[in-house]
Design a protein around this ligand. Sequence first.
Ligand SMILES: NC(=O)c1ccc[n+]([C@@H]2O[C@H](COP(=O)([O-])OP(=O)(O)OC[C@H]3O[C@@H](n4cnc5c(N)ncnc54)[C@H](O)[C@@H]3O)[C@@H](O)[C@H]2O)c1
Ligand SMILES: [Zn+2]
Length: 364
Amino acid sequence: MKLMENLKVQLEERSYDIIIAAGVLKKVNEVLADFAAARRCLIVTDSNVQPLYESTLKLGLAEIGAETADYVYPAGEEHKTPETVVDICRKGVRSGLDRKSLIVALGGGVCGDMAGFAAAMYMRGIGFIQIPTTLLSMVDSSVGGKTGTDLPEGKNLIGAFWQPQIVVIDPETLKTLPAEEVCCGLAEVVKYGMILDEEFFSLLEKNIDKLKSLDMGFYTKIIRRCCELKAEVVSKDEREGGLRAILNYGHTFGHALELLSNFEVAHGKAVSMGMAIAAELAADTGRISKELAERQNALLKKLDLPVKAPAGFDAEEVYNAMMQDKKTLGKIIRVVLPDAIGKVSIVKGLEKDIVTKAIRKCCE
Ligand SMILES: NC(=O)c1ccc[n+]([C@@H]2O[C@H](COP(=O)([O-])OP(=O)(O)OC[C@H]3O[C@@H](n4cnc5c(N)ncnc54)[C@H](O)[C@@H]3O)[C@@H](O)[C@H]2O)c1
Ligand SMILES: [Zn+2]
């Protein structure tokens, strides 16, 4: 199989490839031969993904002489807990995983985050492979090496930077993903256009039909571009010293909305509203024109993503929730705002009034 679509994440000795090709899951024996041949692998997956794709993966791994065991957790963010991560490690012990063994994440971001974290800790760190199966995990969480789990006190509070050895993306797996999940993933896709690539943003604008009909050729292309953009950012700033923060565009406001809704508002939708607030704020402070903010929002709306928070959100409360965010360093407000389509800046120290005014405008 000709692997036209692989990409490299450049991180010196931790560099790795991202393979993107429709149907590649059926060829894992080829793409994983250099990594998994004759090794013991623990497949981590959830109760939705397991019946859909695990047998294909197992078959491929068996062909290259890998011995497999699996750990299947009940699907859902509520199972993203330290207990599940410890359970993955315990299953590893019972399955005879040693330092040369691998953990293979087959699933969405919840799966990749926990499997990666388990791999980072198991015997002080073993190899791990990402096979993301949601749009969000393909374009975001599987690339960049952030792993971890939630605590009862908050999301993603413990974790490790642990890079995978390879990421294998089969866009075909999106065909079974609920439409809502695809829609949410598209918010992150739009985000990449806004922060780094106007040409990519225009490509999305011109291909709404292909985005909605899950055109495989088009998805392969856009997933590749998103991974390329994320890989570039991560290569320059592996541990979020600076540049990597631009990936939080829409997220500071989005997280606050998620939190206040008790996670009733899905992440992708919250990010979409967050981008709308950020664009409003950028327009209010004269960084961009109203038309430009409108252009962003028009694309979001065409993709069925919200640009207004549902009724009941209070701007002041959103602001306060934002200030609680672990990423709001030292209580100085720090937001990512657009300067143009494809260009953003990290802006510090905005007045509370101006921020709440923009939030208010984006509440129904
Ligand atoms: N590590 C990072 O850099 C990073 C970045 C962004 C988000 N995240 C994390 O990612 C998580 C969200 O990821 P997610 O949205 O992929 O969640 P998820 O893993 O829970 O997947 C969403 C749902 O889709 C189902 N599913 C997955 N693939 C499927 C398929 N192909 N067909 C049918 N159903 C399928 C899952 O069972 C689940 O019900 C959050 O916990 C978030 O914190 C991490
Ligand atoms: Zn996100």
